[in-house]
Design a protein around this ligand. Structure first.
Ligand code: ATP
Length: 235
């Protein structure tokens, strides 16, 4: 604390039509941190990521990146400021092959990874170069989805449940990649249901409940807070 956070969210409200979904959420992320959003289904985790990315039309409050206000910017403008979003549904184009999917997003910031660099991070993908989206396993699709946002040059990555539905060995591989990205200086905000996975890579955890952040738990204190977390998450 003390310094200027990389991302600072204040009094964030978000609406889908008449539905008021986020109710004054507040949290911060420092450069280089890996932070998770934990919370029950429907708590507003995905909506929080989408709001940061400008993908929720009606939002109010303040979202600053390095001190620059993003709340009224379009997703495209926000992307150019260096934020990228990897949706839960992954958004792989079924009819395009791995390389074509990787080539889709434009470089919006300098320092975007080349396709070769992405293959170094995900060697499995290189072997699947000419496979179409439909031919990939769930794990390969997730790797492709993460690889794709690395092309943009974004330094702040928003990952929505990257491990959902994946086999433990694949979850481990994705964990490795996230650790490597952290070591390279990326800042990562991820929605995660898998506590164990989250505890192996996150610096801090925020608990989302009814559309706001209600608690913050440093990773080294996750274990002693398990009782409280199980209550929050109803598990
Ligand atoms: P999950 O783990 O289920 O994705 P979440 O914490 O990510 O949960 P959100 O997806 O942010 O929750 O959803 C928060 C609330 O907003 C839910 O009540 C959901 O039904 C509602 N919601 C989400 N998307 C829309 C939409 N496009 N239109 C209307 N309501 C929506």
């Amino acid at each position: 604390g003390g310094g200027e956070a990389l991302l600072r969210v204040k009094d964030l409200h978000a609406f889908y039509g008449e539905s008021h979904i986020l109710h004054g959420s507040e949290f911060e992320i420092d450069a280089g941190e890996v932070v998770t959003l934990l919370g029950r289904n429907g708590a507003g985790k995905t909506t929080t990521l989408k709001s940061i990315m400008g993908m929720v039309e009606q939002r109010q409050g303040s979202i600053t990146l390095d001190g620059t206000e993003l709340i009224r910017l379009s997703p495209d403008r926000i992307a150019r400021r260096g934020i990228a979003y990897c949706p839960e549904e992954r958004g792989i184009f079924a009819s395009l092959d791995v390389e074509e999917n990787l080539m889709l997003p434009p470089t919006v910031q300098s320092g975007g990874m080349s396709v070769q660099e992405i293959f170094q991070l995900f060697p499995n993908l290189k072997e699947r170069l000419r496979s179409s989206g439909t031919q990939l396993s769930g794990g390969e699709q997730q790797m492709l989805a993460i690889g794709r946002i690395l092309r943009t040059g974004a330094k702040l990555l928003l990952l929505d449940e990257p491990t959902e539905g994946l086999a433990p060995v694949i979850v481990q591989q994705i964990g490795e990649v996230i650790r490597k990205l952290k070591a390279k200086g990326f800042t990562i905000l991820l929605v995660e249901q898998n506590f164990h996975f989250a505890s192996t890579l996150a610096d801090r955890h925020y608990v989302v409940e009814h559309g706001r952040v209600v608690d913050e738990i440093p990773n080294e204190r996750l274990q002693e807070n398990m009782g409280k977390l199980h209550e929050y998450l109803g598990v």
